[in-house]
Design a protein around this ligand. Sequence first.
Ligand code: 1GP
Length: 240
Amino acid sequence: MNIYNNILTAKKAGNKLLAVLIDPEKFDLKNSALFFEKVHLSIATHIFVGGSTDANNLTESVVNAIKRVTKLPIILFPGDVSQITNGADGILFLSLLSGKNPEYLINQQIKSVPLLKNSGLEILPTGYILVDGQKETATQKVSNTKPIPQENTNLILDTALAGEFLGKKLIYLEAGSGAKIPVSTKIINLIKSNISVPLIVGGGIRSKKTIEKVFNAGADIVVIGTAFEKNDDFFNDLKK
Ligand code: 1GP
């Protein structure tokens, strides 16, 4: 599986990608077969697994259980080094560029190297940018960083470009899980027209209409978590 090349191919062809975010702390393992039946009927293309915290170390068992019921690429979206498990296919190797907390800029990444170097996980270097979604999100609390206000478009753009100049292969604009408002289409459009790597957008997206708006503004990958956690019938709106 070459996850990044497949993302680039989709981007080139203008095929939009949808990632379903599974938070191990909230996922009902007993329901996984049924949940994935719905996922497979939908336009979802990727599974992200992760959360800001995983106090009971559930990530490994969730990844292994999911692996048995889907062939979609499973990509770790870890809140910290403890959420790394070999059972997945790849990992968003995140650096929280919007914050000024060295722990999430580089320290967690250094700590993860012994786990990653022999893991077989495809590593996807990702510039992670937290934008204010009008709600104090778990990412903000756990990372002890402030999101960039949406009005501050220049700072968001320069942060994204700094990420690209540093060699990040993906830029992730994040309003935070359960955000009141998603990243604006104006910002998505601005970032998209200035970077050349694929753009991921997530946080607070909970309707088909918003997904379409976010795609049309330039997102290559949209990430949905809360909308599925609350109501997995949401997949019915997103049938292939
Ligand atoms: C959070 O971008 C993801 O990291 C998804 O956010 O839970 O609001 O869909 P939601």
